[in-house]
Design a protein around this ligand. Structure first.
Ligand code: 1HE
Length: 264
């Protein structure tokens, strides 16, 4: 079902719903889904205004590439102050993805470069098709990352690997990307959406508070000292297990009504 209301007006995105799952597609294929000011604003608007009933999001790119990064055509005329504000706008939009209402699963194919990799790294699970490749060409363009990449990408692949990509212009193919931690699932070309949908349905069936804890507490605990992290964990665990949803799920397991843990 196509989105209606405000979300339907976002012309650089295509947003559709399948039950509790929203599919948000970057829809600027002629420019390889390069992120213009309009597109970053529309991403922010879309993720702030997801309907309450949505429990997981799939993010993908229309055309042959996931995303070519920053729209370089818009960069030329900016002064320093505008540059800072521009980067802060990207941070606000990608924070809405990472720390928004529900988990986001990215489907990656073709170019996942520059700001496109920054966008992918703000998502919670990444599925990479065979055609996907990863790069940070900022160095070649006279730029630095500005969409949260210096914070999020090292948390996936480590500072040393990111430094290599940025200094040498090295491009990782799909398998190198998966090995480095940039994606968690490797699938054939064209199979990314189906895999993401299967994962999104599982995510959507979790207790909403557990998903919230994973999205909001895990990355913060990773930034805390051991002592503070353990205390935050105890608080989050007590919040999660005290919800009616958790109590019903525990009862269901004890009464033999819930799935066992199986290797799929
Ligand atoms: C663009 C952009 C873009 C394509 N900004 N217009 N990102 C980059 O440095 C990547 C630059 N792009 C490329 O290397 C290639 O375009 C791709 C490998 C992604 C795709 O190649 P291809 O052969 O499929 O397409 P193309 O012919 O290069 O591009 C098609 C059109 O998209 C063309 O415009 P046209 O009007 O001539 O048809 C391109 O100019 C346009 N296009 N990518 C603007 N990025 C918050 S800081 C983040 C910093 C960064 O992201 S730096 C990295 C920027």
């Amino acid at each position: 079902v196509a989105a209606d209301g405000l979300l339907a007006q976002l012309d650089l995105l295509r947003i559709e719903y399948a039950g509790p799952i929203a599919h948000v597609r970057l829809n600027r294929p002629a420019k390889r889904n390069a992120i213009s000011d309009t597109l970053i604003t529309q991403l922010h608007t879309a993720f702030v205004n997801l309907p309450d009933a949505i429990r997981a999001v799939i993010l993908s790119g229309e055309g042959a590439h996931f995303c070519a990064g920053l729209d370089l055509a818009e960069l030329v005329e900016r002064d320093v102050r505008e540059g800072v504000l521009h980067s802060r706008m990207w941070h606000a939009a990608f924070d809405q993805i990472q720390f928004g209402r529900v988990p986001v699963i990215a489907v990656l194919h073709g170019a996942v470069v520059g700001g496109g990799l920054e966008l992918a790294s703000a998502c919670h699970v990444r599925v990479a098709e065979a055609s996907a490749y990863f790069g940070l060409p900022e160095g070649q363009r006279g730029l630095f990352v500005g969409g949260g990449g210096s914070v999020r990408v090292p948390r996936l692949m480590g500072v040393a690997r990111m430094t290599d990509l940025m200094l040498t212009g090295r491009v990782y193919d799909r398998d190198e990307g998966v090995q480095a931690g940039l994606a968690q699932y490797a699938v054939a070309d064209g199979a990314g959406f189906a895999k993401a949908l299967e994962l999104a349905q599982r995510v959507a069936s979790n207790a909403a508070m557990s998903n919230f804890a994973v999205m909001h507490a895990l990355p913060r605990i990773a930034d805390q000292s051991q002592d503070q992290g353990l205390f935050t964990e105890s608080l989050m665990a007590a919040v999660a297990e005290s919800t009616p949803d958790a109590k019903e799920r525990l009862r269901a397991f004890l009464e033999g009504r819930a799935n066992k843990v199986v290797k799929s």
